[in-house]
Design a protein around this ligand. Structure first.
Ligand code: TTP
Ligand code: MG
Length: 386
């Protein structure tokens, strides 16, 4: 049984656009659109006034100009946003070191351990909002909940300048009316598939019988059902997590081809699992990290029942997370990472039963590790590489 947690999600409102307004008060009341200004450019973000014209992130810039000719169109000043972002994260980390960076303007915090200092979880939420406003002039939205998914949905629900707490016992009611497309794991493809069951809200998914859903989505149906009940045990992953083994790779140019990305992910998985075996460690939580060309970063984790260091077992989870959670878009991928946490020393857990398939995989892993350390990395590769 996992201990009760309190997670906070902080997301800045119309981040790039509001920074531009702070830096230039003359445009404070105008519709401001930030993005690539060339004919092929896309909108990074639009302020809330500009959103009333129907402009939103990822829209072609030419269309945005057509919708709002009187708008203020500005280029992306990445360095400046990073500077402001650092200030914001310094504030967040002064509350707890357990801060996960999702992107320049978005973070998860595990505040479970510091709640003793406050009257309620809302109190640090309010203080953080004030401090960010005082130091940067910017507003943000804060969501608080028993897990990451609920916290994020809670901050989205009350945008802009919101502060919403959803307690464990309130989550069922809270989720009921939320658009199913806001739920983790429901992208365009999945939405198309489940529309036939008239699933438009998370509540609809809660009610949809599992067998029907399984027929359409296979085993993913279990995961989505679990999420619809508001369950999510993914940990807040800090950058300096020592209790994990991970590997990352940055590309010289942004990658968009899913096949290539998968191949890279498999290579990372092999490295990480091999390092686990070298350290005689096994882990239960597998995390995939994807940073896009615009520095938005996303991590997704999945926890399996029994700790492992077997490449095939870890790859199964990585592959699953990539297939179900990542929606390719025009931004491309700059960095990939694979990590394993929730570590323990090998063989600590009593083997209640022996899985013959896992035994075979372990044997194969040992063989490959031996050959690679004898003849050099990459001597032996699994078929997956091809
Ligand atoms: P978001 O938090 O998604 O958007 P936002 O902060 O502009 O607005 P909201 O109030 O709805 O949170 O993204 C943060 C920043 O990341 C955004 O200001 C610009 C950048 N971004 C892109 O460059 N491209 C994109 O497609 C998205 C979604 C964001
Ligand atoms: Mg934001």
């Amino acid at each position: 049984m996992v201990a009760q947690r309190t997670i906070m999600h902080v997301d800045m409102d119309a981040f790039f656009a509001r920074v531009e307004k702070i830096d230039n008060p003359e445009i404070a009341d105008k519709p401001v659109i930030v993005g690539g200004l060339s004919d092929r450019g896309v909108v990074s973000t639009a302020c809330y006034q500009a959103r009333e014209y129907g402009i939103g992130s990822a829209m072609p810039m030419t269309e945005a100009r057509r919708l709002c000719p009187e708008g203020e169109f500005l280029p992306v000043r990445g360095e400046r946003y990073r500077q402001v972002s650092e200030k914001i994260f310094d504030i967040l980390r002064s509350y707890t070191p357990k801060v996960e960076t999702v992107s320049l303007d978005e973070a998860f915090m595990d505040i479970s351990g510091v709640l003793g200092r406050y009257d309620s979880p809302r109190q640090p939420g309010g203080e953080i909002k004030n401090e960010i406003r005082n130091q940067t002039g910017l507003t943000c939205s804060v969501g608080i909940g028993p897990n990451k998914m609920i916290a994020k949905l809670a901050s989205e629900e009350n945008k802009p300048d919101g502060l919403l707490e959803v307690k464990e016992e309130e989550k069922g009611d809270f989720l009921e009316d939320i658009d199913i497309r806001s739920m983790w794991g429901v992208g365009k493809k999945t939405y198309q598939k489940i529309k036939q069951f008239e699933i438009e809200t998370i509540g609809d998914l809660q009610e949809c019988p599992l067998p029907e859903l399984r027929e359409e989505l296979g085993d993913r149906a279990y995961v989505l059902k679990k999420r619809a009940r508001g369950e999510d045990d993914s940990p807040v992953v800090t950058e300096s997590e020592t209790k994990s083994v991970s590997n990352e790779t940055t590309f010289s140019e942004d990658l968009t081809d899913s096949k290539v990305l998968k191949k890279k992910l498999f290579q990372l998985t092999e490295k990480v699992s091999r390092r686990l075996r070298e350290k005689e460690l096994e882990g239960r939580t597998v995390t995939v990290k994807i940073r896009r060309g615009d520095y938005t970063t996303f991590t997704r984790s999945h926890t399996i029942k029994r700790p492992t260091s077997v490449t095939e077992k870890i790859w199964k989870v990585v592959n699953f997370l990539f297939d179900t959670e990542y929606e390719p878009d025009s931004r491309g991928v700059r960095l990939l990472g694979v990590g394993v946490e929730n570590l323990q020393e090998k063989g600590q857990q009593e083997e209640l039963f022996v899985d013959p398939e896992e035994e075979n995989q372990k044997e194969l892993n040992r063989l490959i590790d031996d050959l690679n350390s004898e003849y050099g990395d990459g001597t032996i590769k699994r078929g997956r590489h091809l």
